[in-house]
Design a protein around this ligand. Structure first.
Ligand code: XMP
Length: 320
């Protein structure tokens, strides 16, 4: 049973001191490695690892081809500004190939997990000589996996998987007692800019979690474009998280006076504290229709945009 530390009880300075010592002790003279996705959790754990290990920590971004527009480059630049060297590993093709023909949501998550850890990361770890992997798993990831709601791609021990045996490395998860609000506080204390610690969550399976049905390079382009537009409209909403989803079903539309059996984008925007429960943000109808018009105008093939008005539960934040 993992002992939760709520944001109210979190003394960030002491927590950092404790975790820095624990990480140093666990790593010893070895090399430690971590992957940065640009999300709040991996960014915070990168800063924590950097504080503990300096150049003994190797940080990589695995460009899996399922990230948002310009993401690997932007995150690398921010971390370089913070004195943390980040290497981008190009792996788009490997992920695209692995995702071919996969439509089941849980199978998609499993394929991404296997591809990430076994096919790409294990090789990077081997080459680096690192014995330890630092990971930003948080308590919410564990809860949902154990409850069987969703298999979070970064949860092993809770699933009875020994990462040392399965993938060849030991995993440290120093954020596992925290939830998102606590991680944000910690990230702030560790010197992350507000652009990063205040960032909306983004899941490990990336845009693949926002595509219902097969994840193809073409469908990724569609959801990536819609995401960029939607994020521009909602960035000042103050919401916990927002997302654009590409549906599998097509619907009849009309463009230039002709029938266009086109694509559907669903927008979700959530009010939540820790992602365990969530309600939709009451966005203005003007904002919604202006955003919808831009999406149908600028994202090829899209003829329908909907806004989700159900809550979690029974919904979940992501669609897969
Ligand atoms: P759900 O969809 O389960 O999401 O309501 C709750 C929160 O978790 C994020 N999420 C993930 N984060 N790996 C992650 O790192 C994952 O596999 C994953 N799946 C969901 C989701 O974005 C939301 O903030």
């Amino acid at each position: 049973m993992i002992q939760e530390i709520t944001v109210k009880d979190l003394d960030t300075t002491r927590f950092i001191e404790d975790k820095v010592n624990e990480i140093r002790e666990a790593v010893g003279a070895d090399t430690c490695i971590n992957t940065l996705s640009g999300g709040v959790d991996s960014a915070t754990v990168t800063m924590l690892g950097h504080a503990a290990l300096g150049s003994q920590l190797r940080t990589v971004i695995i460009d899996n081809g399922i990230m948002r527009e310009g993401e690997p480059e932007r995150v690398t630049e921010i971390f370089q500004g913070l004195g943390v060297k980040v290497d981008i590993i190009q792996a788009q093709q490997i992920f695209h190939d692995a995702l071919k023909g996969v439509t089941d949501p849980e199978e998609k998550r499993e394929v991404i997990r296997q591809c990430f850890y076994k096919d790409v990361f294990a090789k990077v770890v081997k080459e680096s000589g690192a014995k330890v992997l630092l990971q930003g798993t948080i308590l919410t990831d564990v809860d949902e996996t154990v409850a069987g709601v969703k298999r979070q791609h970064n949860v092993f021990a809770q699933l009875g998987i020994d990462p040392e045996q399965a993938f060849g490395y030991k995993i440290l998860e120093p954020l596992i007692q925290l939830r998102k609000d606590g991680v944000r506080e910690l990230g702030k204390t560790l010197g992350l800019p507000p652009e990063i610690y205040g960032r909306i969550p983004f899941p490990g399976p990336g845009l693949a979690a926002r595509i219902i049905g097969e994840v193809t390079p073409e469908r990724l382009v569609t959801v990536r474009k819609a995401t960029a537009i939607m994020e521009r409209y909602l960035k000042d909403s103050g919401a916990f998280q927002y997302m654009a989803i590409l549906h599998e079903d097509r619907v009849t539309g009309t463009r230039g006076g002709k029938r266009d059996f086109g694509l559907q984008i669903e927008v979700r925007c959530w009010e939540s504290v820790d992602a365990r429960t969530a309600v939709p943000t009451p966005l203005s109808f003007d904002l919604l229709t202006t955003m919808a018009n831009e999406i149908t105008e600028k994202v090829p093939g899209v003829v329908s945009v909907t806004y989700n008005i159900a809550s979690k539960p029974p919904s979940t934040l992501e669609v897969i």
